[in-house]
Design a protein around this ligand. Structure first.
Ligand code: C5P
Length: 222
C-alpha cells in the first residue's frame, strides 16, 4: 500500500447493481454500471486505504489493489458487507434492488401457451440503513447515495435522516442528465451541518473529492 491521507484506514465500498433471480436463468436488474463505486474504491486505495470493494455484477471492472468481494443479490451483499466490517468509513454506492422475487426456485420456469406467470416481489434488506443503525461496530463515517429525479436536495436530506447515515451524496439521475451509465456526475453533499453543491465533473474527480473529504473528516475525529 502506498501512503496517503487514508493510510492505516479501512474503507468499505459497495458498488454496482444487484441481480435478483426469477429462476436459474432469469433475473431482475437495473442500469447501474458501477462506475462511481469503482472510482471511489480506486481513489480510496490511491489515498492509502485498505479497501473492501463489495460489488454486484457491474459493467465496469473493479479497480486493482482493492479486495474485491463479488456478490449477486442484495441478501449476499448484506452478508458480505457485515463480514467486511469493521471499517473506518463505509460508502454505499451500490444500486441495490429494492425487491427480490419471492420463492425464486432452482428450476427454470416453463413457458406454457396462454399462461402468464405471476411474480411476487418481497422487500430486500436496506443495507445502508442496517449498517448505519448498528450499535456496535458502526463505521464512524457512513455515506449513502440518493439517486433522485425530482426535488433532489429535499428528498436526499429526508433520506439521510431516514437511513441514519452521516452524509448523503445526492445526484439527479433524470434521463436527460446522462448520469446513470455515463462518465460524469453532479452531486450535492448533504451532511448534518450543511449542504455543498459540487460542480458537474467526471466520476473520478467526484470520487477524489469525496475521498479527500473522508480523509479530512477522519483526521478530525480520530
Ligand atoms: O433507498 P434508496 O435506494 O433510495 O437509497 C439509496 C442508498 O441506499 C444508496 O446509498 C444505496 O447504496 C443504499 N441502499 C442499500 N440497500 C438497499 C437500498 C439502498 O444499501 N436495499
Amino acid at each position: 500500500l502506498g501512503s496517503g491521507p487514508l493510510t492505516g484506514r479501512h474503507v468499505l465500498v459497495t458498488s454496482g447493481p444487484t441481480h435478483e433471480p426469477i429462476d436459474p436463468v432469469r433475473y431482475i436488474a437495473n442500469r447501474s454500471s458501477g462506475a462511481q463505486g469503482a472510482a471511489i474504491a480506486s481513489a480510496a486505495r490511491a489515498a492509502g486505504a485498505r479497501v473492501s470493494f463489495v460489488t454486484g455484477p457491474a459493467t465496469v471492472p473493479p479497480p486493482t489493489g482493492v479486495d474485491v468481494i463479488r456478490v449477486e443479490t442484495a441478501a449476499e451483499m448484506l452478508r458480505a458487507v457485515e463480514a467486511a466490517l469493521p471499517a473506518d468509513a463505509a460508502v454505499f454506492a451500490a444500486a441495490v434492488a429494492d425487491w427480490h422475487v419471492e420463492g425464486a426456485g432452482d428450476t427454470k420456469m416453463k413457458k406454457r401457451p396462454g399462461e402468464v406467470p405471476q411474480i411476487r416481489l418481497a422487500e430486500n434488506p436496506d443495507i445502508l440503513r442496517r449498517i448505519a443503525g448498528l450499535d456496535a461496530g458502526r463505521p464512524p463515517l457512513v455515506v449513502g447515495f440518493a439517486a433522485e429525479t425530482e426535488n433532489v436536495e429535499e428528498n436526499a436530506a429526508a433520506k439521510r435522516l431516514r437511513k441514519g447515515c452521516d452524509w448523503i451524496l445526492a445526484n439527479d439521475v433524470s434521463a436527460d442528465t446522462g448520469i446513470m451509465g455515463g462518465s460524469e456526475n453532479a452531486v450535492t453533499l448533504i451532511a448534518q451541518d450543511g449542504v455543498e453543491r459540487w460542480p458537474r465533473a467526471g466520476k473520478d474527480a467526484v470520487a477524489r473529492r469525496l475521498v479527500d473529504r473522508i480523509a479530512a473528516h477522519l483526521a478530525t475525529t480520530a
